[in-house]
Design a protein around this ligand. Structure first.
Ligand SMILES: Nc1ncnc2c1ncn2[C@@H]1O[C@H](COP(=O)(O)OP(=O)(O)OP(=O)(O)O)[C@@H](O)[C@H]1O
Length: 268
């Protein structure tokens, strides 16, 4: 279970550029919850992910994941239990290393079975696991394990990054518009893979999206953010049957303004 308790983050405090990006934000995610997040430009969606992943410590508040107090835990330690994907498919993989080496790195980072250090310690069983997981992507990557990742397309790279982030199931998966830079067909494919992986391993997941339809169709909860706060949190019956128009109206009622996000407005 993830518990975010009243976190605050102000950038450039005391200067003309002062910006409160997270404003007393609280959130509880139960095990296996899959919540989509939408919101206006600059609402604090990526900053929330940065706070959870440990890119900075919050000014106030606390963050817990199961029994672990993350509040002052360094980023590299959180990365063992939190997987994260970004919009840019080039992030998250090392282009000059082979697919197999990238997977080995991901495995070594997250594994708790005592494997440390060298690639040569990767057993045949590990390699078989990599191959089996890659074959689930249906992209033929299992036959290209010795090729550098830099040769892959954006969609293949993003699917590989997802595979790496979930090779050892993380306690929490943060998806920050991870399909936004892909062409529509590839984006749908990566989303399908995402759904399957999240469901199979029952991974607690937060996904930022600018696609309002995805925000309502994927997962079991929809969160809306504005001005560093969660202003709407809908699940269950309230969420079923809700249309994109209803969601936009609820945003207007909650904030007194129209949802202003250029990517939402530009998408269909
Ligand atoms: N490191 C930083 N230094 C200064 N300001 C920052 C920093 N990170 C974020 N901000 C500011 O905090 C606010 C929230 O930014 P954030 O990127 O979290 O918004 P977002 O909801 O992800 O927006 P978008 O949908 O436009 O990507 C913005 O005003 C942004 O400029």
């Amino acid at each position: 279970m993830l518990r975010v308790e009243s976190i605050c983050k102000t950038f450039n405090a005391g200067t003309v550029n002062e910006k409160t990006a997270l404003n007393n934000l609280s959130l509880v995610m139960n095990d296996g919850d899959f919540a989509t997040i939408v919101g206006s430009n600059g609402a604090g969606k990526s900053t929330l992910f940065n706070a959870i992943a440990g890119l900075f410590y919050c000014d106030e508040g606390a963050i817990y994941l199961d029994d672990t107090d993350l509040t002052y835990l360094p980023e590299y330690k959180r990365s063992r239990i939190i997987g994260r994907l970004f919009q840019d498919p080039m992030k998250g993989t090392a282009p000059h290393m082979t697919i197999e080496e990238n997977l080995a790195l991901a495995y070594l980072r997250s594994s708790t079975d005592g494997v440390k250090g060298l690639f040569c310690r990767m057993s045949k069983a590990n390699k078989a696991l990599f191959q089996e997981r890659l074959s689930q992507l249906n992209m033929g990557l299992e036959d290209r394990m010795k090729q550098p990742v830099g040769l892959l397309s954006g969609g293949q790279r993003q699917a590989l990054t997802l595979m790496m982030a979930t090779l050892v199931a993380p306690k929490l998966l943060l998806l920050d518009e991870h399909t936004a830079a892909l062409d529509p067909a590839t984006a749908e494919k990566v989303l399908e893979i995402t759904k399957t992986v999240v469901q199979t391993h029952n991974i607690t997941t937060l996904m930022v999206t600018h696609n309002m339809t995805h925000a309502l169709e994927l997962g079991n909860r929809t969160l809306m953010m504005d001005s560093g706060k969660i202003i709407l949190d809908i699940a269950g019956d309230k969420r079923n049957g809700l249309t994109v128009d209803d969601l936009l109206k609820q945003f207007q009622v909650g904030t007194g303004k129209a949802l202003d996000n250029d990517r939402i407005l530009l998408s269909d």
